[in-house]
Design a protein around this ligand. Structure first.
Ligand code: NDP
Length: 326
């Protein structure tokens, strides 16, 4: 038996609770993992609160991420005792996820846990941090070098934003951070941001083209904020867009793209090919100082993670939440 968060739904609505489950109830898969740690991402919070139709079948164990040790495997790639990480692939949406003592998944979804990180550090990073790394890699592919100019991060005090600030600063970029929480200025400065910009500067409709400010940007917000960021990119700058914390729309014009050669680079972590995931985790091991992770995480139990989902959606959580599993 193991503990799990279980989301169920019937005619009267969605219920979420911590439940004891038997191994027999685990879904199909060729690798069974004893989960050491999971985490709460924005998408997990959407699943737990039911605010968005993230969960595709019920009952569902949420948790798009986990780290753990292989307990049993019929996959040629894995053997008992291997340290593994899983991010995405529809786990926690279509297939039972990581907010549980055990998970059974396809071996091809797993990546080896790089030696640089403990199980808990891997989850302090989680999908949020691995997506931040994919965004940094997208900027690099598009020629955003240290000397090209400052790089902007929106939603900076959240999960993706915090790791993006830390990574970009460690790589030597001048990092400007946009936050709606002025009280997090010291936190962002400690992660490496040299300028803190209020979110309010980005939320009103702006001109199609503004002053050229940034060579690169990581945007987790979407909506008007993303439109205003695009309008203020330097000539041939690149925006890596990965989120919708501020909305799904994009009320922009084509002016930045056709007059300044700006690139809008989409970033998806869920179906990202395995080679890119392995590279992103290798780079995280190289470019992210594990000591910084201690300052961005808070630990919650499975039971505590349920009410935390509301706080996360409300944008009140700083950095990352990890959920160690006993
Ligand atoms: P968090 O909730 O931790 O962070 C989001 C941050 O965005 C908040 O902390 C806040 O930062 C800011 N924010 C929240 N609401 C608004 C708003 N209405 N307007 C403007 N800014 C807002 O979430 P994550 O960092 O985990 O995820 C961020 C986004 O990235 C989400 O939309 C998520 O779905 C997406 N995502 C996408 C992935 C992909 O594969 N494409 C993978 C992972 C995440 P502050 O207070 O500093 O302003």
């Amino acid at each position: 038996m193991f503990d799990a968060i279980l989301i169920d739904k019937d005619d009267s609505g969605q219920t979420v609770s911590v439940t004891k489950l038997d191994d027999d109830r685990l879904p199909e898969g060729d690798v069974t993992v004893r989960v050491a740690c999971s985490t709460l991402n924005y998408k997990d919070a959407l699943a737990i609160t039911g605010k968005s139709p993230v969960v595709r079948s019920f009952p569902m164990v949420p948790g798009i991420d986990f780290s753990g040790v292989v307990e049993a495997s019929s996959s040629a790639d894995w053997k008992a005792g291997d340290r593994v990480v899983l991010n995405g692939w529809g786990v926690g949406e279509r297939h039972w996820g990581g907010l549980a003592g055990k998970a059974r998944v396809k071996g091809e979804w797993l990546v080896p846990l790089v030696p640089a990180f403990s199980m808990e550090e891997a989850m302090a990073i989680g999908t949020a941090g691995y997506t931040a790394m994919l965004c940094v890699m997208a900027l690099e592919r598009n020629g955003v070098t240290r000397s090209a100019g400052p790089v902007l991060v929106t939603g900076a005090a959240g999960g993706v934003g915090s790791v993006a600030v830390a990574l970009l600063a460690k790589l030597g970029h001048e990092v400007h951070a946009v936050t709606g929480r002025a009280e997090e200025a010291d936190y962002l400065t400690a992660l490496g941001a040299s300028e803190i910009l209020p979110r309010a500067d980005f939320t009103e409709p702006g001109r199609p083209l503004g002053k050229e400010r940034w060579a690169g940007a990581v945007d987790v917000v979407g909506g008007q904020v993303l439109a205003n960021v695009c309008a203020q990119m330097r000539y041939r700058g690149t925006v890596a867009a990965c989120g919708l914390a501020g909305g799904m729309s994009l009320p922009a014009t084509v002016a930045p793209f056709i007059l300044r050669g700006v690139t809008l680079a989409g970033v998806d972590s869920v179906m990202c090919p395995r080679e890119d995931r392995i590279e992103a985790w290798r780079r995280l091991g190289e470019d992210l100082d594990p000591k910084l992770l201690a300052g961005i995480v808070q630990r919650l139990s499975l039971a505590e993670a349920i009410p935390a989902a509301d706080r996360l959606i409300a944008g009140k959580v700083r950095g990352r939440i990890v959920v160690p599993i006993d």
